[in-house]
Design a protein around this ligand. Sequence first.
Ligand code: FES
Length: 104
Amino acid sequence: MSEFVKVAQKQETPIGTMKEVKYNEESVCLANIGGKYYAIGNICTHEGGPLAEGTLQGFEVECPWHNARFDMRTGEVLSPPAEKPVPAYEVMVKEDGIFIRKIK
Ligand code: FES
């Protein structure tokens, strides 16, 4: 199992927002949905669009480039043109820090 890495402070990601963070060398999309944090790969598997710059609706993030949708809880594709999932990360909050580790 990989190690938790601190990627952000809680105040950097208010409710309803997303932010790109780095997990080692990987670009990750961190979202605050209703006060709970979720993290999936930031690079869309279609043509590499930055998911954190897309739109968040419920647990769905929509890629800003061609509108593929991914589930923030699992990284699974919910709507094309992307076909492959993005990685998913486990999130832990400790004091003011947000920590993540890769789960698949
Ligand atoms: S790059 Fe994300 S839908 Fe095309």
